[in-house]
Design a binder for this molecule. Structure first.
Ligand SMILES: [Zn+2]
Length: 178
């Protein structure tokens, strides 16, 4: 590994204009990515130190980029960004390395093969492949939320699993449906 390939300083935050509005764009790494850490992007808006900001934890999904009809995460992502923009406050954290619930894109495509071949659910396909249902712990996301200095009371658009993980990390989570 050359010294030049190791990034020692955090990349400054910038902005990203979207069809929903302009968000603050930040890259976060959990440990140096070159050494096996994961990468995340946060899109935020408004003063997160105020109480009860909207939060959405989203995992990378290549299928959503293709507007696949076989998962609903593209719709969920758009709805979350739209809700944050409507309130002018909140944050979405996007796990760049969490394809296929953290199993990786290769496992996800294999799962899709099994799903279609056996006409089963994605959970059953993972089981057939000897994979866990979900590899994500959301600990990095919790650490990023703290790094963003968000107020402890948050309104989470998301699943029970994510809610529990953030509660375990010390957040007071109000779960809302996106
Ligand atoms: Zn998806």
């Amino acid at each position: 590994m050359s010294l030049a390939s190791v990034r020692l300083e955090p990349i400054p935050s910038t902005t990203l204009a979207t069809e929903f509005g302009t968000f603050v764009l930040q890259y976060h790494s959990a440990g140096y990515r070159q050494l096996g850490g994961k990468g995340y992007i946060s899109l935020s808006m408004g003063d997160l130190q105020k109480d009860a900001s909207l939060v959405r934890l989203q995992s990378a999904c290549a299928f959503a980029a293709f507007r696949s009809l076989e998962c609903d995460c593209g719709t969920q992502l758009q709805r979350a960004l739209s809700s944050i923009a409507e309130e002018q406050r909140g944050v979405l954290i996007y796990g760049l390395d969490d394809e296929g619930r953290g199993a990786g894109i290769e496992a996800k495509v294999a799962g899709m093969y099994v799903e279609h071949a056996l006409r089963c659910s994605s959970d059953e396909a993972y089981q057939q492949l000897g994979l866990e249902r979900d590899y994500r712990t959301f600990k990095d996301e919790a650490a990023i939320l703290k790094r963003l200095k968000i107020a402890t009371h948050i309104r989470l658009i998301g699943s029970e699993d994510k809610c529990r993980a953030l509660e375990d990390a010390g957040f007071m989570v109000e779960r809302i449906h996106g």
